[in-house]
Write a protein that binds this ligand. Structure first.
Ligand code: SF4
Ligand code: SF4
Length: 229
């Protein structure tokens, strides 16, 4: 079983359409992994049935039990992310600002702050129109840790491919060169770089090629929309 990862330095090059085309050509011998979890859109092309849905937890979030809070303000003082504003005479954790570092709970004199795991999205295993399976995900709005979710999607796809009679995993990677892309590339047997004949397309292709080169991965390039110029 081989793993082919399709990436592009920038968005809008047609990476997902090419990934879907390869998946259709491979029919029921190909497991699809949509690792573009920040802006997943493979489901628009592959018609998944969302047969299995799982919550994805990553990172922590502080929660204040108001009953035991004596409003000393120590938690707000130590929070370097200003995530505990004093609003309406109450200290409340701002979920979008909290980084889950746990410092506030260490200084709280009444031990009334708990850290809980954050639900930052969902991942799915679906039957798709090719007769095969697809693993895909959706990150919650404003959530980070998409690199971890990418790893989860890839691991599930690998498990399905190994347990079933599949020849390939085809991975739709994230655009750019950040953590989710690095996570997409892990374990790849071959990388397809998709670009377009524009100045920004070439600029971003060079950046992503450097990354692929550092990982010492075999790669080829598709110049999509070649008739733009
Ligand atoms: S866990 Fe850290 S970031 Fe979150 S509210 Fe407490 S001190 Fe601030
Ligand atoms: S440190 Fe504890 S008791 Fe003090 S304001 Fe924060 S939550 Fe309330």
């Amino acid at each position: 079983m081989k793993e082919i990862v399709i990436i592009s330095g920038k968005g809008g090059t047609g990476k997902t359409s090419i990934t879907a085309s390869l998946a259709v050509l491979g029919k029921d011998k190909v497991v699809v992994a949509d690792c573009d979890v920040d802006a997943a859109d493979m489901h628009l092309l592959m018609k998944p049935d969302f047969a299995q849905s799982e919550e994805f937890f990553s990172g922590e979030l502080a929660i204040i039990n108001q009953e035991d809070c004596i409003q000393c303000g120590k938690c707000a003082e130590v929070c370097r992310f200003d995530a505990i504003p004093f609003t309406n005479n109450t200290y409340i954790v701002d979920e979008l600002s909290c980084e889950g570092c746990g410092y506030c709970s260490r200084v709280c004199p009444t031990d009334t702050i708990m850290n809980i795991q954050q639900n930052v999205g969902h991942w799915y295993v679906s039957g798709i129109k090719t007769g095969s399976k697809m693993v895909h995900a959706k990150l919650a709005i404003g959530a980070d840790n998409s690199g971890k979710l990418v790893a989860q999607v890839k691991n599930e796809a690998k498990k399905i491919a190994e347990e079933g009679d599949y020849d390939y995993i085809i991975v739709d990677g994230s655009p750019g060169v950040g953590c989710p892309v690095v996570s997409s590339l892990s374990g790849a047997n071959y990388v397809v770089l998709v670009t377009e004949p524009t100045v920004s397309g070439l600029h971003d292709l060079k950046r992503v090629y450097e990354l692929v080169h550092k990982f010492n991965l075999k790669a080829g390039c598709i110049i999509n929309k070649f008739d733009l110029i």
